[in-house]
Design a protein around this ligand. Structure first.
Ligand code: NDP
Ligand code: MG
Length: 386
């Protein structure tokens, strides 16, 4: 039985990971879980799984969980703040950490988990975007596996099995295109928050749903793929595939292409990451090819969906530029979710931040430099737009 911690257990990926654990026939024991402030959801997790360690980022929520555990006789250690996230990531009893918090808040706990030699099932893409070089180097040094949970990267990872990375010619990263696929800039400039949150194929947390609508999600995934698979940006092609059935593909030097195909259900890549290299009973609906009328493909429109271009630019510039891209995006998406800015402002804010902070991006890639620059970028965007 593998011991497991889930960072962000109350979110979309966290909840689906719990479902995989629930159906795993005791392959996993849930030892630690974290959340920010979802007290009620955490109580349900405690009642069902009885984990030994809980981290609530929010201090008041940690107190409420402590009281609940005392009143109901649950023997649980409750922590709060970043210290809690790090503690839950490094427990002696665990073998693997699922990083499913949203945003670059996942950076420190991910690094701590690697240093404690825990395998990582990585959903938290923002961490790889800002610190891919550090995370992958540390993982190599510590002999730790980074197992991708993101469906595209899970697909690429599967398509690479049994092959050699030196034979890889191209990664074909598929994208649904989001709710505004095919729409003009004129149409998109007035879309509402509710329309942007209405993703055609996937049900996800609000931040990644907006990222999917702007195509920033695909941009972040391009940078994620660059680090996970040691692939240069020229060899990563984004392909819009609205049905989200082909989760991504890999082209080898002999021009053979291997794709991974499955239902759009995140429990599939989560289960594969947790059990790698073994395969387990199905968690998702199988594909019936008689029912699929067509699989279609399009080139992404990077003039309308500028975020994708900005992410390629940031990735190619390298250094700390992805930190600027990510920090500006996290703040811009949060402003949009709070109805403070319009949809197209998101890309403009990021582009502006990338120009303003250009000179800061040549500093060494260290955790301290990433966090310092991220804070500067966030302050700048909030002062200008918040
Ligand atoms: P959600 O918003 O649904 O969940 C986020 C989780 O992180 C919650 O448990 C939340 O706790 C916790 N959290 C939020 N803010 C903080 C904070 N400041 N400190 C500590 N914990 C925090 O997100 P998703 O599950 O959709 O996404 C998680 C990550 O996985 C993202 O990086 C996303 O890009 C990636 N991903 C998601 C996919 C999906 O299908 N959802 C697919 C592929 C990747 P609380 O409930 O208390 O707020
Ligand atoms: Mg994805």
């Amino acid at each position: 039985m593998k011991g497991i911690s889930i960072l962000g257990a109350t979110g979309s990926i966290g909840t689906q990971t719990l479902d995989v654990v629930r159906n795993s026939n005791d392959d996993f024991k849930l030892i630690g879980v974290t959340a920010n402030s979802s007290v009620d959801k955490m109580k349900e997790i405690i009642k069902e799984f009885n984990p030994k360690y809980i981290g609530m980022m929010d201090a008041d929520s940690a107190i409420k969980i402590k009281e609940f555990c005392l009143e109901n006789n649950f023997k649980v250690q409750v922590y709060s703040g970043m210290e809690g996230l790090i503690k839950i990531s490094t427990l002696d009893e665990i073998d693997i950490v699922v990083t499913s918090v949203v945003g670059m808040i996942g950076l420190k706990p991910t690094i701590a988990a690697i240093e404690a030699k825990k395998d990582i099932a990585l959903a938290n893409k923002e961490t790889l975007v800002v610190a891919g070089e550090l995370v992958m180097r540390k993982a190599r040094e510590e002999g730790v596996r980074i197992l991708p949970v993101d469906s595209e990267h899970g697909a690429i990872f599967q398509a690479l099995q049994g092959n050699e990375i030196k034979d890889l010619k191209k990664i074909i990263l598929t994208a649904s295109g989001g709710p505004f696929r095919g729409k003009s800039k004129d149409f998109i400039k007035n879309v509402t928050l509710e329309e942007a949150l209405n993703h055609p194929n996937w049900s996800m947390g609000s931040k990644i749903t907006i990222d999917s609508a702007t195509l920033m999600n695909k941009g972040l995934e391009v940078i994620e793929a660059h680090w996970l698979f040691d692939c240069n940006y020229e060899s990563i092609q984004v392909l819009v595939h609205p049905q989200s059935i082909i989760h991504s593909m890999v082209e080898y030097r002999d021009a053979s292409i291997i794709a991974q195909i499955g239902s759009p259900d995140m429990r599939l890549p989560i289960q594969y990451a947790l059990n790698y290299p073994k395969r387990k009973e199905k968690v998702a609906k199988e594909i019936d090819f008689y029912e699929i009328t067509s699989l279609t493909f399009e080139k992404p429109d990077i003039d309308t969906f500028k975020c994708l271009r900005l992410a390629f630019d940031a990735g190619k510039k390298g250094g700390l530029m992805p930190t600027v891209l990510n920090g500006a995006n996290e703040v811009a998406v949060s402003l949009f979710l709070n109805k403070k800015i319009k949809f197209l402002d998101i890309a403009d804010i990021i582009e502006d931040a990338m120009t303003i902070f250009e000179e800061y991006t040549h500093n060494d890639i260290t955790i301290d430099n990433i966090i310092e620059l991220d804070e500067k970028v966030r302050k700048y965007v909030i002062n200008k737009k918040g």
